[in-house]
Design a protein around this ligand. Structure first.
Ligand code: NAD
Length: 492
């Protein structure tokens, strides 16, 4: 008899069976949870390929969105991203719609699963920011041959993911949080994550804290992965290193994850819909089951979670009735036999103890537009991004002449982030996309005067536009006396 049985009130969770092997691993997971009397009641909903085929471009039905919004909890099987029809990825739709900003990817060596690093005692969690960074998807072609993607990182975005990482470390009784960034190169964006980590860290004095450059993090994950406990990082970095880390312990096929936001928590397997084996009863449900175990812990059903986890661990450790992906060739069983084996093992304990989890809740963030006003704000110039076939010297001289009778002076011209005018003597390959930096001869103190700099900017841009095709303009500001922009490589 399960320890979770009895009078426990059931929590309603939206279940999205998804595509390919999704319905099979969902059915297996539900069967195991039912056998353990896990306190969950399922509400079925639709997302993925079939929804796209109905012409719903988001890949998620209105009913599914409403169900998730109502319940605040979802267990999601893989959803196909259609190629050739449909629009966005349904996964991304869900992540963005519900602002699921924290992607939690535990990576733990599982008993009986042979992997390159078996025996090293890997047990870490990667906490990846899930909605900002270059994955915000703000992209523009600047010229027919120059593409641009905006890397947008925000102070609240960094703060909430860093706090999520520390909160998770506390809930899971972990000792260390490592912040992995590329702050040495991207001082404003990645640097913001590092600075926020240093600002928030003192609130968690019992947890060891370190910063590591992301490329060294990748290196260290391979050299000495057991050193890591919790890693917090930005979206793209986290995407890459969480797959790398999963590979250390047996691959994506067994990796679970959660996507947490202020109002909704969605749990899923990391793998895709495995169309090659769909419908054949061969899929391994371990990843989705592990995601369901995370869900149980999230709602505080620790006893059921531990019972199922131990049943899974001992099944894997004993190696009897494992699916093909975890067995020597020709010895694998189907999804049903594996599922029944886990059920038969409920109530037994493995040699690998479950962690002593405590309830983990994200901080509640206020519902308002995040805004911080600096004490002092000044407008010091503009960058004008334009298209030109001219050489750097010719372009620089033409722009300097344009600026002559304006409140600006041309500071320099750069190409792909390297100053090319005035020349520094470097050997930069030029493309037809230049960033032209104009500084106000007298910076505008926006606190002290009513001046906005707007007419001056319009005048200059109009003059530039008469001769060149410009794409966009960036204001150069200073906040509290500090430049709020970076300098191109080579600028003196
Ligand atoms: P995949 O994860 O579906 O398959 C990769 C390999 O792993 C295949 O050989 C597959 O057979 C195997 N595999 C995956 N899960 C397995 C399981 N549970 N048991 C046994 N073997 C398993 O990756 P893919 O082929 O790149 O993607 C297929 C589809 O899934 C695509 O449409 C993709 O967009 C989608 N996808 C969805 C998600 C998601 O919903 N979160 C994630 C990744 C891919």
């Amino acid at each position: 008899m399960s320890a979770a049985a009895g009078t426990t009130k059931k929590t309603i969770v939206t279940a999205l069976p998804g595509d390919g092997i999704g319905p099979e691993v969902m059915a297996a997971t539900m069967k195991i949870l039912a056998a353990a009397n896990a306190p969950i009641e399922w509400e079925m909903a639709e997302a993925g390929a079939e929804v796209f085929k109905k012409g719903i471009g988001t890949g998620v039905t209105r009913e599914a969105l409403d169900s998730i919004a109502r319940n605040g909890l979802a267990l999601k099987s893989p959803l196909e991203t259609p190629v050739g029809f449909g629009g966005k990825s349904a996964n991304v739709t869900l992540r963005k719609y519900f602002e699921l900003y924290a992607n939690i990817r535990p990576v733990r060596e599982l008993p009986g699963v042979m992997a390159p690093f078996t025996g090293r005692g890997i047990d870490m969690v990667i906490v990846r920011e899930n909605v900002e960074d270059v994955y915000a998807g703000i992209e523009h072609m600047q010229t027919p041959s120059v593409a641009q993607c905006l890397k947008l990182m925000t102070a609240p975005g960094c703060e909430r993911i860093v706090r999520a990482a520390f909160g998770l470390a506390m809930a899971e009784d972990r000792n260390k949080v490592t912040c992995a960034t590329k702050a040495n190169i991207m001082k404003l964006t990645e640097g913001m994550m590092k600075r926020m980590f240093e600002k928030v860290g003192p609130d968690f004095p019992s947890i060891a804290q370190e910063h590591i450059i992301i490329d060294n993090c990748a290196h260290q994950l391979v050299i000495a992965p057991e050193q890591f406990d919790v890693i917090v990082t930005s979206n793209m970095n986290g995407d890459i290193i969480s797959d790398l880390a999963a590979g250390l312990v047996g691959g994506l096929g067994i990796a679970p994850s959660s996507n947490l936001g202020d109002h909704v928590a969605m749990f899923e397997a990391v793998h895709g819909s495995a169309p090659q084996i769909a419908g054949k009863g061969l899929a391994n449900p371990t990843a989705l089951l592990s995601a369901a175990i995370m869900l149980l812990r999230y709602i505080g059903a620790f006893t059921a979670a531990e019972e199922i986890e131990q049943g899974l661990f001992i099944t894997l450790a004993e190696g009897k009735n494992l699916t093909g992906d975890l067995s020597p060739r020709g010895h694998g069983v189907g999804t049903d036999a594996f599922t029944d084996q886990v059920i038969a093992n409920l109530g037994r304990s493995s040699n690998l103890a479950s962690r002593d989890y405590k309830k983990f809740e994200l901080l509640a963030w206020p519902e308002l537009t995040a805004h911080v006003e600096p004490d002092r704000r000044a407008l010091v110039g503009i960058d004008v991004f334009l298209e030109s076939e001219l050489g750097a010297d010719e372009l620089g001289k033409a722009l300097a002449a344009i600026a002559e009778d304006t409140p600006f002076r041309l500071n320099g011209v750069s190409n792909r982030g390297v100053q090319v005018y005035p020349s520094t003597g470097g050997q930069t390959f030029l493309v037809d996309h230049f960033a032209c930096r104009f500084m106000f001869k007298t910076p505008i103190d926006l606190n002290a005067s009513l001046a906005t700099g707007q007419p001056e900017i319009s005048y200059l841009v109009q003059r530039i536009g008469a001769k060149f095709t410009w794409m966009h303009i960036e204001k150069l500001q200073s906040f509290d006396g500090k430049d709020a922009f970076e300098r191109p490589q080579g600028e003196g």
